[in-house]
Design a binder for this molecule. Sequence first.
Ligand code: ADP
Ligand code: MG
Length: 555
Amino acid sequence: MTTGNINVSVENIFPLIKKFLYSDHEIFLRELISNATDATLKLKHLTNIGEASVEYGNPLVEVKIDKEGKKLHIIDQGIGMTAEEVKKYINEVAFSGAEEFLDKYKDKVEDAGIIGHFGLGFYSAFMVANKVEIITKSYKDEPAAHWTCDGSPEYTLETSDKTDRGTEIILHIADDETEFLEESRIRELLIKYNKFMPIPIKFGTREETLPLPEDAPEDAEAETLTVDNIINNPNPAWTKQPADLNEEDYRKFYRELYPMQFEEPLFNIHLNVDYPFNLTGILYFPKLTNDLNMQRDKIQLYQNQVFVTDNVEGIVPEFLTMLRGVIDSPDIPLNVSRSYLQADGAVKKISSYITRKVADKLNSLFKNDRKDFEAKWNDIKIVIEYGMLSEEKFFEKAEKFTLYPTVDDAYLTFEELQEKIKDTQTDKDEKLVILYASNKDEQHAYIDAAKAKGYEVLLLDSPIVSHLIQKLETSKENISFARVDADHIDNLIKKDEEQISKLSDEETAKLKTILEETIPQDKFTVQLEAMSSDASPFMITQPEFMRRMKEMQQT
Ligand code: ADP
Ligand code: MG
């Protein structure tokens, strides 16, 4: 048996680790399972290239709770370590890694901008355990090793009689961390972090009833087997090639990702790029209502099939955070603050790649099946409109597929709209005037009046519409928008028809005086001559710019 001193300048590193990562103790399990998975994948690689002459088989990673012994076991059948390797990888490398971590983040940990996942690796075990054992046997023909450390810089290393290949990590769970001895808590963590890891993870067993054969007699009893309870899907859809997946596969994966989400997604976008950065993933467009607060299920970020976070702010452009799905990229630096992330070149490229893919997908949906695209428009428009406002690149691309619904349920592109109204809806300066309503019921009288004059009226009812209109007016030449109840409608549009009022001149004058006394003049204009319908003898209008300014301040 050897004893030794771990070479580290911080007298006792573990209380520090514990303090700094306080809110995130649970990640120890993700780290240890990642190591077990890495060790297994390394063995797979070595047997593939003929470096290791051992049977690879069907290795598992197993998580076991020993509630009475207050221990948690993580067991793998991977590459293992010799005693020398334990000294090298566990004592030296990892400790220096932890030390480096502390040096680097000592001052910053209080900064709430730092992502809570540091990937501290093996030593994160000490956040929940007051003693950790490693029992490991290398694939090489060498005796097994048994390492023990209680969190002080001292460790013991002796030989062990373990005969099967692989590593067992034993955590002696600290008294204030006993939640990690609860089956439900461990299951919750496994599902959160490890649901799509590449090596099967066993957590207990379950009963499986075999289906009876077709010709079984009526009184035949179904056979039940006890099988390993595997908590993960090692081959999630996003790791496959788009050509190998059909629509049902994508829908199935959506249900795997969001088991509590019963609404089907509208369509998906498969991301797959390996240069100049590595990124895979599948994004889904969900049905979105105008109520953005409803957003509960989020895009999940993975690194090599390990869940990292569902806060993708700074990585995915903000308007696309309303989507769902996964992105998996080893190239996103995580040990940094969000503001640093946004300035990072690789991350910027990732963000614009995602924007481009989404725009391309929308464009192809529009081109390939316009009817279907129109049917989905109201469910996706909020994302598109938001994107047009916030990302100039997206605005340019969206030109091709953005639709402008009319009050009569026609869906026009901007070009089609322009064509339709160019002879009828211009003002005295030859500017094209686009009329719109924001609420069909409230504005029905105005809509009817405009339609009676042969004008096209759009229905623009999303919460950010006044911003969008402003944006369109400034980026397109010679157009302006006016809501149907805006005061200047009649000045803008050609006055080639005769206005028929049901009121006499005298009545009109009287009514006007009364109304003007009751209606705030700085906000509304009274128009009495404009309408000919019985239901609405006169109109009260509000200057377009005034209402719009108010709306823009509110949204
Ligand atoms: P990292 O995984 O980033 O290298 P860790 O602190 O998690 O850092 O692990 C340090 C090293 O210890 C690993 O690189 C690996 O060589 C070794 N190691 C840890 N766990 C295992 C295991 N289950 N099987 C084999 N080697 C392991
Ligand atoms: Mg690790």
